[in-house]
Design a protein around this ligand. Structure first.
Ligand code: ATP
Ligand code: MG
Length: 406
């Protein structure tokens, strides 16, 4: 079947009252962005539907991209015919011919925005249904309640659109409609999943990644970048901010008792993320903490770490079990990368037995031994910001370098 357009139905955003227009405009931009490599495709974001005009583009490839765009409830590949019953009947018969190879039940469901068309919805349902039944007596039977196939007919001003398939979209809200957040992105399993879930609710993320050369390898950095690349498929380009953390870790290790190394390092990370958030006009910080998963993720720990900022620290996977997080990681294509063995900055400086119930007062007291402002300034002066695009390669491009290191 040579489809002429993909008809896209909106999700939750249709209920958003006066925000609706900005949601639709944003979704239109996001879809255009996701499809920008198809030169001939045109995207029209209208009030009730979004129409992707294919102009000959491969509809399977276009639909694969659409499946990743948040804010889409579902979509249907459609064919446009001239506005006459005969043209509609001919195209519908061709669809049945191609798609149905054994007896099924069906119904015709018509919507009409052009009220001048000769048939109303009832008339079209009846006439087209009758025509198809007569043409395919061995294949088709009508079932208006639970049909195997629903043939959708939309009578619009510029033509009649026919579709028979409805494909589930990614759901959620268009990325960008919720504002900007700073994602604390490690190379682990949890933070990429947290990032995905935040984006799904419309947050446009900038990644903040702490790295500690020479204690951590170039592969650890490349892994975090590659994970960001995987996530960029869902949102378009993502800013990646790499923040040098070695001096802070060395200093903390030297000055703070072992039981508080982890707590104080995390406090420094959060301070830096908060500083970047303010500078870059973000509205919240996101991380991949899950309650009770490890020592730094008890509520006592969160209290002691969160003490350094009053900005919202949002934790999309807080209540998820590890198995649930892994399942999502597999679905979104980050798991295979996350389990690569390259250690990030935290693992390297993790003490054997961090306190699971650190006290806020002690953390504050030990920190008095540090020049917090100086450490932060030097780290922030050393940040590097890049823009990561879908399709970019970080891990393989460095293979030769890695081979030499071995
Ligand atoms: P993850 O799988 O996301 O690494 P985790 O269970 O391994 O999580 P931790 O390593 O304790 O947990 O980290 C908790 C959270 O702190 C991470 O989810 C992430 O948001 C943040 N974080 C940890 N390491 C880094 C890092 N190197 N750069 C940026 N953020 C980090
Ligand atoms: Mg980790």
């Amino acid at each position: 079947m040579q489809y002429t357009e993909i008809m896209v139905r909106y999700g939750e955003l249709s209920t958003k009252g006066h925000n609706k227009k900005s949601f639709i405009d944003r979704l239109g931009d996001n879809v255009r962005h996701a499809l920008h490599s198809f030169d001939q495709v045109k995207v029209h974001a209208q009030r009730d539907r979004l129409h992707v005009e294919l102009n000959g583009a491969d509809y399977d490839q276009v639909m694969d991209r659409l499946k990743l765009v948040f804010g889409i409830q579902n979509f249907s590949p459609s064919i446009r015919v001239e506005k006459s019953f005969d043209a509609t009947a001919k195209a519908a018969a061709q669809m049945i011919e191609e798609q149905v190879d054994h007896p099924i039940t069906f119904k015709v469901e018509t919507r009409r925005s052009d009220h001048h068309f000769e048939l109303d919805t009832f008339g079209m349902n009846n006439q087209l249904g009758g025509y198809l039944l007569a043409k395919f007596p061995d294949k088709l039977k009508v079932d208006v309640h639970h049909p195997d196939l629903t043939l959708r007919v939309e009578i619009r001003l510029n033509g009649i659109y026919l579709s028979s398939e409805t494909i589930k979209g990614a759901g959620g809200m268009p990325v960008g409609t919720a504002g900007k957040g700073m994602m604390m992105m490690s190379g682990g399993i949890d933070s990429p999943v947290a990032a995905y879930l935040a984006m799904k609710r419309g947050v446009s993320l900038e990644m903040v990644h702490f790295y500690s050369p020479p204690y951590t390898s170039p592969q650890a950095l490349a892994k975090a970048q590659q994970l960001t690349e995987r996530l960029a498929k869902y949102s378009g380009n993502i800013r990646f901010i790499q923040v040098p953390f070695a001096e802070i870790q060395e200093t903390v290790k030297e000055k703070v008792p072992e039981g508080y190394l982890m707590t104080v390092q995390r406090r420094m990370m959060l301070r830096l993320a908060a500083a970047l958030m303010v500078k870059r006009h973000g509205l919240a910080i996101f991380n991949g903490e899950s309650l009770g998963q490890v020592a730094s993720q008890t509520m006592e720990s969160m209290l002691a770490i969160n003490d350094v900022t009053t900005y919202p620290v949002l934790r999309p996977v807080l209540s998820y079990d590890k198995t649930e997080i892994i399942k999502i990681a597999e679905q979104i294509g980050t798991y295979d990368l996350s389990i690569l063995p390259y250690e990030d900055c935290c693992t390297v400086f993790t003490p054997p037995s961090p306190k699971t119930r650190p006290s806020v007062e002690r953390a504050r007291k030990y920190e008095q031994r540090l020049d917090i402002d100086g450490l932060m300034k030097r780290s922030l002066d050393g940040i590097k910001i890049t823009n990561i695009h879908p399709g970019e390669d970080f891990l393989n491009q460095n293979e030769d370098v890695f081979a030499e290191l071995l």
